[in-house]
Design a protein around this ligand. Structure first.
Ligand SMILES: *[C@@H]1O[C@H](CO)[C@@H](O)[C@H](O)[C@H]1NC(C)=O
Ligand SMILES: *[C@@H]1O[C@H](CO)[C@@H](O)[C@H](O)[C@H]1NC(C)=O
Ligand SMILES: *[C@@H]1O[C@H](CO)[C@@H](O)[C@H](O)[C@H]1NC(C)=O
Ligand SMILES: *[C@@H]1O[C@H](CO)[C@@H](O)[C@H](O)[C@H]1NC(C)=O
Length: 752
């Protein structure tokens, strides 16, 4: 890099002044400046956290992540990736098309008409469709029946429907109609749409998806509210508060943040405090004829208007709320509002909203358990996150404490309780957790390493945990225990020691199908499969699924893809930038390094042995693969086949033990004794018909395509020595733990 005249002059300036100049430079100028001289070419400057986090947050509109605010290296890498590689993945219950994935099913022979399904259960992350033309996606949030995206241009897009219960549409069936593709949220006619032209009045800098509405804050500080994808948003005005809409970041009337809750709208307005109002419920006609809505009834959370006076100008009113501190962030649960303040405290207030009274109670401080060390850091709250009925607080000491609205209620209603307020889940402590996202019954943690882990349970096996499985065995090997077929899927207690990661690699799905079906020698592994996924107690399942978890970790290192070449920026092939959840579904904004992902795909394929052998006609492929049926209610074959039949079938032990038809067989046609099922192991490992929507149909994950097999095609179902001394049966040598068997902490729910 040659230094030109102007940068030499720059370098004569003292470092303090240079630091002041940084924010005005674009990335190229910044990098060339810091490479012109040795004093500047050191990580303190090149990886200046302020510079890069500012750039990412302002150029791409990515929300801040307080926990990693000071990690300059991370922000710098993110900046590079953001420009090309942002993708949206979604999973869970596809109610009203909220996942934004299409499901083109192969036509099944003998199926007279297409099966209409209102909801589909997707348990492995799939890419949302129609996002390529939207440009760079900077934020993503789930609503009750929707998923919404924010782009770096400040435009919002939503798929699904905003309000799945509203019946006020003009035409039959009078309900909001699902959008299967991301659809731009509109503004009143005459206003510029952010996707077409930048206008600070309509470009969105922050948004929040509630259960059934979306609130957004524009660059000027205007609040917009949407209740229906097809209707324009409304400019929100208050009778009792005047807003400053000139783009300032501070000052009286400046809106700092908006949150759409379960069925409330809430904004933090400087000088007013936390203001609560009911979501707008305008008729389509009203939306046509007006561009603003005046909120008549709103209420303020008491003692939340205090502003730390930088220059002692705000003397008036400053004593009120001084002990609370300045509100910095807040969340809205079903019936309460929680906020953290500049003093590192967290408070909760009860919302009472009836026809006659709309009030919010005096905030009550929540006491933070110090967890042994009685120091100030352990109880200083640095972040608060949550929705509906669940929340979490983050402390300066690095603890992540989870709780529920129900546990706070006694405090808010002056009732006595012995129940502990917070839970300390082992897998969330000192695991670089940046944020938590809560659905109704499941939740996810985002780790600064770009990984997502899952907790809680998925109702009706809806796939919300993102760990695979619909009562089919892959989910069992990830640690899900279903209460009955199609019943709720709960995680084994072992999953709370280290966490269970959501996998974005398709190859991992193939691999786990292969292991679940019994591995290279299903007959040898049958007893272990039964022990791992068919035992009444959770121990074998807990430990085998953790072993699987460890094998799935560092997938890139395992296949030698880490640290190779230019394209490895250290973030891995799939790096999750954010995660969101609502209801029974989830989504993530993932920065995908396509070069690395492709290398991974290639690395797990090896030619068949011996070379030159012609692929055999697949014996079982005469039965058309049935994605639909394999996911639907399984056949109930109550009569256990004799020993002989089991061995003959040699098809898929995992499914067999659960009483399910093999993957490549239509349930309706499932007859465990049928001749065409009598295949043998060799036949089983031949490549099957290719179908991207149904990786399992490719013969149990042994082969990707004719002439090739997966690198794991000779691996056996894991045989472990369990922590209680049990040795899993079999003839193959015991498997070792990749990272050592964890010290199980199964009693975390009882102890503090
Ligand atoms: C808001 O939700 C609460 C709790 O589900 C419910 O009691 C209340 O009636 C709801 N209010 C409206 C306006 O829907
Ligand atoms: C309160 O939370 C917000 C974000 O949720 C964070 O930025 C802020 O630093 C927190 N306040 C304190 C004093 O740590
Ligand atoms: C299977 O065979 C074993 C050994 O021959 C026998 O002990 C067991 O009872 C048989 N099980 C069934 C279900 O027939
Ligand atoms: C197993 O199947 C393969 C391929 O279909 C066949 O060549 C082989 O003879 C079969 N082995 C047995 C023992 O049936």
């Amino acid at each position: 890099m040659s230094s030109n005249g102007s940068s030499v002059t720059l370098l004569d300036l003292p470092v303090d002044l240079l630091l002041l100049i940084f924010p005005y430079l674009d990335a190229a100028s910044f990098l060339s400046l810091t490479s012109t001289c040795r004093a500047l070419h050191n990580p303190d400057f090149v990886e200046d956290a302020m510079y890069w986090s500012d750039l990412v947050r302002h150029q791409f509109r990515v929300p801040n992540q307080p926990v990693v605010q000071n990690d300059g290296r991370r922000w710098k890498r993110l900046y590079k990736r953001m420009r090309t590689q942002s993708k949206i993945f979604s999973w869970g219950n596809d109610d009203k098309g909220c996942l934004g994935q299409s499901f083109d099913m192969p036509n099944l022979p003998g199926q007279r008409r297409p099966v209409m399904r209102r909801s589909r259960h997707i348990s492995c992350p799939g890419e949302m469709e129609g996002t390529e033309q939207l440009g760079i996606i900077s934020d993503m949030q789930c609503g009750g029946w929707s998923t919404s995206l924010l782009t770096s241009k400040g435009a919002l897009y939503t798929c699904g429907v905003l309000d799945g219960l509203q019946f006020n549409q003009r035409r039959p069936p009078y309900m909001q109609q699902p959008k299967r593709q991301p659809t731009a949220l509109r503004f009143p006619s005459g206003m510029p749409q952010p996707k077409d032209r930048y206008d600070p009045v309509t470009a969105i800098k922050q948004f929040s998806s509630g259960r059934s509405h979306v609130l957004a804050l524009s660059d000027t500080g205007r609040i917009w509210s949407w209740q229906d994808i097809e209707l324009p948003g409304m400019h929100v005005k208050f009778v009792h508060h005047s807003l400053t809409e000139d783009g300032r970041e501070r000052g009286t009337g400046v809106v700092k943040k908006v949150v759409a809750g379960w069925n409330k709208s809430v904004a933090l307005i400087e000088g007013s405090g936390i203001v609560v109002w009911e979501p707008l419920q305008l008729s389509p006609e009203e939306c046509d004829t007006s561009d603003a809505a005046l909120v008549l009834e709103s209420t303020v959370v008491p003692r939340t208007r205090y502003v730390e006076s930088q220059n002692r100008k705000t003397a008036e009113g400053s004593s009120e709320g001084e002990d609370v501190g300045e509100v910095q962030s807040f969340i809205v649960l079903e019936d309460s509002i929680l906020f953290n303040t500049s003093l590192g405290k967290v408070f909760a207030a009860l919302i009472t909203w009836t026809d006659t009274a709309q009030t919010v109670s005096d905030p009550v401080e929540l006491s933070i358990p110090a967890g042994g060390e009685a120091n100030a850091e352990a109880s200083f709250v640095t972040d608060i996150q949550g929705s509906f009925r669940n929340f979490a607080v983050f402390t300066k000491a690095g603890d992540v404490l989870t709780s529920e609205q129900d546990r706070v209620m006694p405090l808010l209603t002056n009732q006595h309780t012995n129940r502990r307020l917070f839970t300390r889940i082992p897998a969330l402590q000192n695991k670089q957790v940046i944020s938590l996202a809560f659905g109704d019954y499941h939740f996810h943690a985002l780790h600064s390493t770009g990984e997502i882990t899952s907790y809680g349970y998925e109702p009706q096996s809806c796939g919300a945990l993102g760990l695979g499985g619909h009562g089919v065995p892959e989910g069992r090997l990830r640690g899900i225990r279903n209460r009955g077929i199609g019943g709720d899927g709960h995680l084994v207690p072992h999953a709370y020691t280290e966490g269970r990661r959501v996998w974005f690699e398709k190859e991992k799905q193939e691999w786990i199908s292969f292991i679940t079906s019994g591995g290279a020698d299903p007959q040898e592994g049958a007893a272990r499969v039964r022990m791992a996924i068919g035992s009444p107690g959770p121990n074998a399942q807990g430990e085998v699924s953790e072993w699987i978890e460890q094998e799935g970790r560092d997938w890139e290192g395992k296949f030698g893809i880490r640290g190779q070449g230019e394209e490895d920026d250290g973030l891995g092939a799939y790096f999750a930038l954010s995660v969101s959840a609502a209801g029974w579904h989830s989504g993530a904004l993932v920065l995908v390094n396509e070069d690395m992902a492709e290398k991974l795909r290639k690395a797990v394929e090896v030619p068949e042995h011996p070379p030159g052998e012609e692929p055999q006609e697949d014996v079982a492929s005469s039965a058309q693969p049935s994605y639909e049926s394999s996911r639907a209610t399984p056949s109930t074959s109550d009569t256990a086949p004799s020993n002989e039949t089991i061995l003959d079938r040699a098809a898929d032990w995992g499914r067999y033990f659960l009483g399910l038809a093999p993957y490549n067989v239509n349930d309706a046609a499932y007859d465990p004794n049928a001749a065409h099922l009598r295949t043998n192991t060799t036949a089983r490992n031949q490549p099957g018909p290719s179908n991207r929507h149904n990786p399992q149909s490719q013969n149990f994950g042994a082969s990707p395509r004719p002439g090739y097999k997966y690198i794991w095609a000779d691996d056996h179902f894991p045989r472990l020595r369990l922590s209680d001394g049990t040795e899993m049966p079999g003839e193959v040598p015991f498997h070792e733990w990749r990272y050592g068997r964890p010290e199980w902490n199964l009693a975390w729910e009882d102890g503090e």
